[in-house]
Design a protein around this ligand. Structure first.
Ligand code: PLP
Length: 426
């Protein structure tokens, strides 16, 4: 196979360069992970050649017998992993999953209520620069300034005032758990669809380490590549015992089960042909996530995050809400006289990758920010344990002591590379 291939040297050299970067650095971006070799193999397979518009057994193209089996396995495994009654594994990404759900459940101009982007929410939950804020009328809830926590009683109050058609919960930078029961109360009070976007903590939720949205939410969306450690992609599920409480219709005007209405939101609503090579990767990742080995992994992700948060506090850093219940933490750098931009740019010179992030009630612009977001999914895949992540915090602190001193950062980089040599990637 390799011999037949006329390699595009420029691209393959760059891929090798990227692999070296991933091997040598400390990856702390909370939304990233290292997927398994078998997931990557599936994505580089002949499945990429196949058109398969439609669903297993109901396709618009011939020759789909094999991909039907693959996609059905992905659906069945997703349902088993999350305890869902229905799943669609076709969304190309988390943003696409949310777009499909909104298209299926809302009309242009309908009101939606989401978690404020500047407090840790996601663009697709109503930001004015995103389709969700352009097509629908968004309002937002946030965290309390004193505690950094969401006050769920206040979300209920906001819902009663705004009367949205959809309430969206879930975040990109919130380190605490969600009260789905209370959110359902808010949704029921105003007749809104409750959507939980669990893209970030999906792996922790799947293995019972956080509250279960399936019990209370009508619809659950997630990406498959963050804590879940699968290929880049999206997934939509329907919560437990949900029929179609809102009488939502398919594009043909039929009132069907909620799952069927959501299927039409994906195709033909927002996508064309599904990526069957990625769907095969999803099926593999769901199976992996059901294993004992993954359970050990995801528990360690949580333990490592708690250990890191403690170590940061010991080094005098301020963590929003004081700590973490999941795989990430948001650090307010103002007490260290740093911005997120300075931290991100200096740490990358030491081969440590984090991302600058707005903190709630930030006084800096989104391109500068006062905070940094840090997560443990990727370093835990590399094999780092609590004692190692304490060392990582020491290295970050050492780098940030002199963020403008390139010689100093180079010295820290050497230590970083030496540490990561002990944890081979692939
Ligand atoms: N939803 C949440 C909460 C996210 O954090 C993200 C990604 O960061 C997405 C959706 C979008 O996922 P994708 O980048 O796959 O479109």
């Amino acid at each position: 196979h390799d011999k037949q291939m006329k390699r595009d040297k420029i691209i393959f050299d760059l891929i090798q360069k990227e692999q070296d970067r991933q091997q040598h650095g400390i990856e702390l971006i909370a939304s990233e992970n290292f997927t398994s070799p078998q997931v990557m193999k599936a994505q580089g397979s002949v499945l990429t050649n196949k058109y398969a518009e439609g669903l297993p057994g109901k396709r618009y193209y011939g020759g789909c017998e094999v991909v039907d089996e693959i996609e059905q396995l992905a659906i069945d495994r997703a349902k088993e992993l999350f305890g869902a009654e229905w799943a669609n594994v076709q969304p190309h990404s988390g943003a696409q999953a949310n777009a499909a759900v909104m298209l299926a459940c809302l009309k242009p101009g309908d009101k939606i209520l989401g978690f404020d982007l500047s407090h840790g929410g996601h663009l697709t939950h109503g930001s004015p620069v995103n389709f969700s804020g352009k097509l629908y009328q968004p309002s937002f809830y946030g965290v309390e300034q004193e505690t950094g926590l969401i006050n769920f009683d206040k979300v209920l109050e906001t819902a009663k005032r705004e009367k949205p058609k959809m309430i969206i919960c879930g975040a990109s930078a919130y380190s605490r758990d969600w009260d789905y029961k209370k959110l359902r109360e808010a949704a029921d009070a105003v007749g809104a669809v409750l959507l939980a976007d669990i893209s970030h903590p999906a792996g922790l939720i799947a293995r019972g380490l956080l509250n279960d949205p399936m019990e209370h939410c009508h619809i659950v969306t997630t990406t498959t590549h963050k804590t879940l450690r699968g290929p880049r992609g999206g997934l939509i599920m329907v919560g437990k015992n949900i029929d179609n409480p809102f009488g939502l219709k398919t594009p043909k005007g039929e009132i069907r089960k909620l799952g069927s209405v959501l299927d039409s939101g994906v195709f033909p609503g927002t996508q064309g042909g599904p990526l069957e090579h990625v769907i095969a990767g999803k099926a593999i990742a769901f199976q992996e996530a059901l294993s004992d080995e993954y359970f050990e992994y995801i528990m360690q992700v949580k333990k490592n995050a708690a250990a890191m948060a403690n170590a940061f506090v010991e080094h005098g850093y301020k963590i929003i809400s004081g700590g973490t219940d999941n795989h990430l933490m948001l650090i307010d750098l103002r007490s260290k006289n740093l911005t997120g931009k300075i931290a991100e740019e200096s740490l990358i010179k030491a081969d440590i990758t984090i991302n600058k992030n707005m903190v709630p009630f930030d006084t800096q612009s989104p391109m500068v920010t006062s905070g940094m977001r840090i997560g443990t999914p990727a370093i835990t895949t590399r094999g780092l344990m609590e004692k190692d992540v304490v060392k990582v915090v020491e290295l970050i602190d050492e780098a940030l002591q002199k963020p403008a001193d390139d010689k100093h950062l180079k010295a820290v980089k050497k230590k970083v590379n030496r540490l990561m040599d002990k944890f081979p990637l692939y």
